[in-house]
Design a protein around this ligand. Structure first.
Ligand code: UD1
Length: 343
């Protein structure tokens, strides 16, 4: 039997490259498109080293519909995973039009081309950001979304809504939105991982760069939140576990097991972890001391958000498996690998 073929947009990025590895390991043929706006070809080389397979790659911007049409013309896809998007919250506040144009246009292009070329299944890369300052914790997929507090968050909500509306009137199309909590870590081989450009916004890359001496000191944004230790609570999900959630979602779709046209799943561990706990966990896992200080709260941060993962556990048969300690060790090994590579 020929392999099922999956188009992965943004497949050179952090989540995209790890998902590409897991798809290849699960027996899928993967075609990656990426415009390298926030990634480079080294991740695809890493994928090849890990799997022994070089995924077909086309350098293309999903906003360029004609270029994307050629990709659909040249291949028939059983499914698409749409990762390609900008993701910096602060930048989205400063440059909203850039975010709306890129994230919404690329999504619409992909969905329209899927329709045109009779591709039936799409997994959309959504985010726990859609819950905002949630009314209940942990959040389930039924917890009401809050109005987005950034254009970035708004593009995730709008894309979810577009997907729901489009599949609702289309008998052929199925959509799954995966709402990621806080993806962290790297592949255990340390051959692929997160490659932030410039000063990292997210906690774990800031920690690893501080440990590597690139940043002087980690600022812990707030120790006066109403939480057990005063720092924010998040649900940190290992990147390989997250990548595997995409594989089970794709399996469900290509095997025709979706119960509804549009389905949503939280992808997290279900366990809240504070910033202090994460920092201490990183120190312990890697047997080092981190330079950190308490600083003011970061505007826009919510006190706490973590996932109820019952639906993903029961319906997808997926659960997070990797231990936080191993994840934090992988994050550090990846940072060390990148530093050596750049020497
Ligand atoms: C952020 C985005 C979220 C997005 C996700 C993508 C905001 C408000 N939210 O989530 O919309 O989907 O990234 O990865 O930007 N922290 C520090 N010091 C640091 C960096 C972070 O103390 O230098 C703390 C933050 O206050 C937060 C936690 O670490 O409590 C996690 O922060 P971060 O990694 O940026 O993720 P989120 O803010 O949860």
């Amino acid at each position: 039997m020929s392999k099922k073929r999956v188009l992965v947009t943004g497949g050179a990025g952090y989540i995209g490259s790890h998902t590409t590895v897991e798809l290849i390991n699960a027996g899928y043929e993967v075609i990656v498109v990426d415009n390298f706006s926030n990634s480079d070809a080294s991740s695809l080389e890493g994928v090849k080293k890990i799997t022994g397979v070089a995924p077909t790659f086309v350098e293309v911007d999903c906003c360029d519909k004609e270029a994307m049409r050629r990709v659909f013309e040249d291949n028939s896809f059983d499914a698409v995973i749409h990762f390609a998007a900008y993701k910096a919250v602060g930048e989205s506040v400063a440059q909203p039009a850039k975010y709306y144009r890129n994230n919404l246009l690329s999504f619409i292009n992909v969905v329209e081309l899927m329709k045109e070329y009779h591709c039936k299944n799409i997994v959309f890369s959504s985010s726990a950001t859609v819950y905002g300052d949630a009314e209940e914790l942990p959040v389930t997929e039924r917890t009401p979304r809050k109005p987005a507090t950034s254009p970035y968050g708004n593009t995730k909500q709008m894309s979810e809504d577009m997907l729901r509306d489009i599949v609702t009137v289309d008998d052929e199309l199925r959509g799954i939105a995966l709402r990621y909590f806080n993806p962290i870590g790297a592949h255990p081989s340390a051959l692929i991982g997160e490659l932030p450009r410039g000063v990292p916004n997210n906690l774990v890359p800031y920690i690893t760069q501080t440990a590597a001496g690139i940043r002087e000191c980690l600022s812990i944004f707030g120790d006066d939140y109403p939480t057990p230790d005063g720092s924010c609570l998040r649900d940190y999900i290992d990147i390989v576990d997250l990548a595997r959630a995409h594989v089970v979602a794709i399996n469900r779709m290509v095997e025709g097991r979706c119960e509804e046209r549009y389905e949503i799943f939280n992808v997290g561990t279900g366990t809240p972890v504070s910033v202090f706990e994460l920092v201490k966990g990183f120190e312990k896992a890697n047997n080092l001391k981190l330079n950190y200080k308490v600083a003011a709260r970061r505007p826009g941060d919510v006190t706490a958000v973590w996932a109820d993962t019952t639906r993903a556990n029961e319906v997808l048969g997926w659960r997070a498996e990797r231990k936080l300690e191993d994840t934090l060790r992988a994050a550090w090994q990846w940072e060390c690998y990148v530093r050596n590579r750049e020497k």
